[in-house]
Design a protein around this ligand. Sequence first.
Ligand code: ACO
Length: 694
Amino acid sequence: MSPESPSVKIQNLKKVFNPETIAIVGASSEPGKVGFQILNNVIQNGFKGKIYPINKKSTEILGVKCFSSVLDVPTDIDFAVIAVPAPFVESVLKDCVKKNVKGTVVITSGFSEVGKVAEEKAIKDIADQNNIALLGPNTFGFVYTPSNLNASFGPQEVASGSIALISQSGALAISLMGWTMMQKIGMAAVVSLGNKADIGEKELIEYFNDDPNVSVILIYMEGIKDGRKFMTTNIKKPVVILKSGSSQRGAQAAASHTGSLSGSDKIYTAAFNQLGLIRSNTFTKAFCAACVLSLPAPKGEDVLIITNGGGIGVSATDECENFGMKLLDDPQWLEAKFRETMPDFGSTKNPIDVTGGGGCESYRKAVRIALAEDKVHALVVLYCETAITDPVEVAKAVIEEYNAAKRNKPLMVTMMGGDRSRHAIQLFNENQIPAVTEVREAISGFKSLYTWKDISSRIKEKVTVPEIPVKAKDVIERVRKEGRSYLMEHESREALEACGVVMPKWGFATTAEEAAQIAEKSNMYPVAMKIASVDIIHKSDVGGVILNIKSADEMRAAFNSMMEKVKKNAPNAKLLGVNLCQMVEGLQCIVGMNKDPQFGPAVMFGMGGIFVEILKDVSFRIVPFGEGEATRMIGEIKAKKMLEGYRGQVVNKASIVKTLLAIQRIANHVKEVDINPLIVNKDGAFAVDARIIL
Ligand code: ACO
């Protein structure tokens, strides 16, 4: 199998979602039991394939013939639901292996979430050895509407559509099934992941990538066990992600819920950005984004708003600006096209305000024109409920026009009002036109269309972990042999310089004369001198830093006075010499590398000083990443304008990118790297100070 083709397990998921034969092990005739509910759901949802309840005592449940083991079933079994108590799961799974079952969902709780890690590993190993796609354990199952399959003990009814919801929380998925029914949002799949012993987000995303019934994937995540595996996910369709546990207490709650390790939220944000996932922070926004992403992609940037209320139009305009969306701005053209759609006192400026008196026909005409005109790339329809215009009639008119125009561009609706507006929203959603009650939600959801357009147009960079240069490796090994867990400044410089991090002119001297010679030889002035000692952490506190040294004489004098002062202030410290570094001017940035427990080495970038210390204005990327990601990473910090020629200060951004790429070469060999500051000016980016921890 080529590395590009999906794994056998991912292929076997096809048998899970589209089986011809299902066994339900643990099916029961007692209505209060999980095994009864699952069988009942499978039958009631109109699954067309063969159903085999497995129960040792019964001969028939809900009118379907029972078997005492999967091994007794006369035909092949594609997929088995396992709902027997935990001690029996392994033996049932072994029977499934003998029966050549391709996929299972283990409903049973009582595995790693209660500390039974070995028991979970045992079933994972069986699944791995036999290429069985195993969902769960500790899951409520799943629903897949294209094959009328409800293999869950959740609600019976789910509206069918093209969104696949993957949830780490079973209860949440169950409740969202009810909510989507109420909102009339159509789902292709609702999958509860449970403990993710085997099948997780990566496998499901990659399966749904090639499922024509799914247009958008929506994930509720609490945490990831194997961040590095997750980072290899191939994203082909829009994925909206709602990640909880961003607060410290939330992360603790997530850990005790599904045993997930929820690391730094900044790292998750980096991982999502790097993979090209669209993050949402509320369920309604996430669903709104998912619905919008089922629509056709916009052909350009120009958005048109049609409204019957000035206030709601202004709010939508604000939100468009907040979310960086461009409103079509061509007053004469708008006047010529839309004047006939409204009373004289209406406005043809974008938002097109057909006014409260405009009525249903005004909406119909305005929507028809907007959909027909190539200048309009995306359409937002807003409506405030009035006594004279029935919102349901407005909805019907807009839906008819949208269908007549063959749904040729994205359309999003906000309806504000009472019960009648709620019905109108449901009507829109039933017709796969996303509609909500809140302007902010609508525009943030709409924005995801443009986010996805941007993501899908990115060039996919094939990046691998770059080799560490021999020189850097040698320095690290030398320090390790000495039993030290950190590199001194000159050692850190040597290692990083070998990786390609650019330094100002620098040197290491043990005598005043040597210091003067080094500076003279490379014309290093003005120079900063810093004491080199493994015993001194805060150098300036003991007189171990002298700046702006301009000549050989000053250098000798500085060396001698520094040694004298430091010996007096830190009499027990072993002094090895001094680090010399040419002083450079420019913007202070910071670059670092740290190890995240889930994702491994991650590189950080930010502006130095208060930007990092107080505002925490930094961005991250997971190693490895390429030039495109490094550039986007720099563009994510809030102070990015300072790197774009602020007050005439031109900086060489390409050299920051080079530094971010270079630092990765050492990432798998050390624990922490700190380049603080990295001074950036028009000539390049220079690591003025460097520290490495092993
Ligand atoms: N082969 C065939 N049938 C078997 C086997 C077997 N090896 N073992 C048991 N059975 C039968 C039993 O006889 C019983 O049938 P009966 O009612 O006719 O006697 C049936 O299977 C179920 O077994 P019980 O021992 O009655 O177990 P029970 O139904 O009480 O519990 C369950 C089983 C549901 C799997 C339970 O152990 C469990 O894990 N519950 C939690 C499930 C859960 O919450 N999952 C997470 C959901 S996510 C969320 O948050 C909602």
